[in-house]
Design a protein around this ligand. Sequence first.
Ligand code: ZN
Length: 198
Amino acid sequence: MKYYSSHISRLIEVLGKLPGIGPKSAQRLAFYIVNMPEDQVEYLSGVIREAKATVCHCKICYSTTDQEVCQICDNPFRNQKQIMVVENSRDLVAYEKTEKYDGVYHVLHGAISPMLAIGPDDIKLRELMQRLQGEVEEVIIATNSSLEGETTAMYISKLLKPTGIKVSRIASGIPVGGDLEYIDEITLLRALEGRVTL
Ligand code: ZN
């Protein structure tokens, strides 16, 4: 039995595919949107389209930005010789919020997962290796402590061994399977300060 018009159903379906949005939230959002004044709906869809059209990846660290080179890579006061490797831009933001890290980042856009058939070539690892041809003193591996994050960390440390560059791993203390973005800043800082050389 169909409860809603096909357009509402479609909107609920599309919204329900967004991360963290269950069927009930999708339904609530869909009704909220169709009851919004037309100009606000126009504005919302315009903002979404504009973000999609302008947001890209920094050509150095692959973080999400709307410039060719992001503000962090472009900042002369950041230590360009210290690279923190994170799984995604949200983890980068989590570390930026601590305001204590002054190195730069490298965003992998994923983690190695044999189960999901995500291999080293599917994330920005080759790009990381290319960056290391410049002057780099330390690579801090800050992938999540999930199985995928640990697998990726191990893979990177092996890959970097022959380069002689110092490789460290953020300390545990972050719960296993813990998503970096949900962890408070103090825990993040402790993990960074307590990092161990691999
Ligand atoms: Zn960048």
